[in-house]
Ligand binder design. Sequence first.
Ligand code: ADP
Length: 394
Amino acid sequence: MKILIINSGSSSIKFQLMEMPSETLICSGLVERIGSNDAIINYKTNLDELRITKSIGTHSEGLNMIVELLQDADKGVINNTKEISIVGHRVVHGGNSFSNTTLITPEVKDNIQEYATLAPLHNPGNLEGIFVCEEIFPLAKQVAIFDTAFHRSIPDYAKRYAVPNELYEKHKIQVYGFHGTSHQYVSEKAITYLGMDASKIITIHLGNGCSMTAVKNGKSIDTSLGFTPSNGLVMGTRSGDIDHAIIFHLVNNLKYSLDEVKTLLTNKSGMLGLTGHMDLRDIEAKAEKGNRECQLALDINAYRIKKYIGAYVAALNGLDAIVFTAGIGENSSMIRKLVCAEMDVFGIYLEDSKNNIRSKDIREINTADSPVKILVIPTNEELEIAKQAFALVN
Ligand code: ADP
């Protein structure tokens, strides 16, 4: 049975076509920089690898481009769209409505739309992906896998905000957490790698969106993104934690409108706000050439992660391993080094030579005598989605 996995981010669409239950990867790819004139499409099969740069304005254009490639006479892997039995969609915010993977119905789409106010960078793109796929693959089962589901195990004392009870009881204002499929996937891999059933792990997902999760015995007990995917770590364009009184100051004294504040903190802050770049590769390259603004942004970013490690060691009452994952976590030896520097109080000791090795495999980058393992584990949200979608439909 062929399952197409669609993981549409704010400006990207990752896709994988898999044969299940054998977990055989048929092809994979990524459309990056959607909304720009120089969007990049990467497409990979067992035989071919292809990179195209072209203007792609919307997620819909990106998805149609993917479908063209899948059916391409030369490099394609299917004869027609009917061969795809399931389309599994990553959906960022499922609120309290969805604790499990679910078949997409009109009601589910309404719910995803409703939660778009809480995940404005993601749920609209996710929903657009669903609408386009329903048209392109009318016979396939459309399944949604929610980023919030893994964090349903967070205890009340960690998921509640100290605001009047009514806001929780009537309006469900609480920590939901995100990147659940990624934290679940890498923490399961880490547990297998460590060979420990009882384990205390901190998973650090650093992509365009960034979050950390404290995972105790395989379950999420706290996470850095909260009610929306806004707070916690410094992200590509999002500020992460700020004093909320800054918002009142911007509105009352600096005369920003609420929409302007939202755009400022969601789309113009984070690494972009600090440096003018959102791609960490650009920032690292400038910092290496002595650009102080870029170096400071990297230091701010790493310092925030360190503080969350400290907090989560307290939440877990110990630590067996930290796991770096996603675009930055897997590839940036510079960020990993900054995060792990002077963390001996927690038993975290990085081995530089191991940190500098590039690999797609799970790897350990701590010193031989480091009490805490430092692992780099490539995330595979798509495989996690495929497994859950297949299990649901069958
Ligand atoms: P998303 O959150 O959209 O899924 P990814 O997990 O793909 O994002 O991560 C995207 C981020 O990874 C970008 O900021 C990019 O700069 C960063 N990245 C990718 N490759 C590298 C690299 N070799 N070095 C540093 N950063 C990288």
